[in-house]
Design a protein around this ligand. Structure first.
Ligand SMILES: [Mg+2]
Length: 276
């Protein structure tokens, strides 16, 4: 039977996918807005994410985690350009990759409140729950955390202390499909949605989609490989179509590796498994 069935059945036939977007001119608000529009119009996504830990040209120090006022204004200009361009056509999240001090993260999150972003991700380093909780509680900007936290035990304090608005477990890294389901169930006790972090192949992406179908509080699954033209060719079946994954009814994950494509992209020294 399909994997979602083994997890208890499904809440939805399709799991929403958000597209992690990149442009070479990552600090140029107009270039970011252009790319957002391209991904919505040409690739068919209605959910996007952009990096916000990009250089502004106003930095005085790259190590102290402090954001100067002009840096915050530069980040706000990126958020404004993208969200105004896509309007109601897409939800847009922004990732900070654990970069800023607690005080700077609070100022940034509050500055972004007027844009009502989908979420602001990892504004502060991951180790100190007290700082994380304070940042999350000070702002109406939804704060997402969790891709570098392991197992349900690792996510527990974030949820119990209401230090997170949206939890982002990475299915392969956090302990697999059942562990992700367990985290989602704990999150649901706190009415916290789950946006699954995912930088993996179509196989693990499909595994995340099965979990996403089986939990009530799934928000979306990440897609982080739109620059890799051969990503979808790694499996024989279609995976992401029109910004969503339709969960297959075939047994297991419902995808089959295309071994020719796999062979084309192995690291030097890697070998395909011996079928005998
Ligand atoms: Mg992230």
């Amino acid at each position: 039977m399909p994997a979602y069935q083994l997890l208890g059945g499904k809440y939805r036939d399709e799991v929403r996918v958000y597209c992690d977007c990149h442009t070479e001119a990552e600090a140029d608000p107009i270039a970011c807005a252009d790319e957002a529009e391209r991904v919505v119009e040409e690739l068919g996504y209605d959910a996007l994410k952009f990096d916000l830990d990009v250089p502004s040209g106003h930095e005085k120090d790259r190590a102290n985690r402090h954001l100067r006022a002009p840096e915050i204004e530069h980040k706000a200009s990126i958020v404004e350009a993208i969200t105004e361009r896509v309007g109601s056509r897409a939800d847009v999240a922004f990732d900070c990759h654990w970069t800023f001090s607690g005080g700077s993260a609070k100022r940034l999150a509050k500055r972004l409140e007027e844009y009502d972003v989908w979420w602001l991700e990892d504004p502060v380093p991951p180790e100190n729950h007290d700082v994380q909780r304070e940042v999350t509680r000070c702002t109406s900007t939804p704060i997402t955390v969790g891709e570098n936290v392991y197992r349900t035990h690792g996510q527990r304090r974030l949820l119990e202390e209401q230090a997170v608005d949206i939890i982002a477990p990475d299915m392969p890294k956090v302990g697999g499909m059942r562990e992700t389901r367990k985290i989602a169930d704990l999150a649901d006790l706190y009415y916290v949605p789950v946006a699954m972090h995912n930088v993996a192949s179509p196989v693990a992406t499909m595994a995340s989609a099965h979990v996403g179908a089986a939990i009530s509080n799934a928000l979306a699954v990440e897609y982080h490989s739109y620059e890799l033209g051969w990503w979808a060719d790694l499996v024989e079946e279609p995976v992401i179509e029109d910004g969503a994954i339709e969960v297959p009814e075939k047994p297991g994950l419902g995808v089959t590796l295309d071994l020719d494509t796999v062979a084309d992209h192995m690291v030097e020294g890697e070998e395909l498994f011996d079928e005998a």
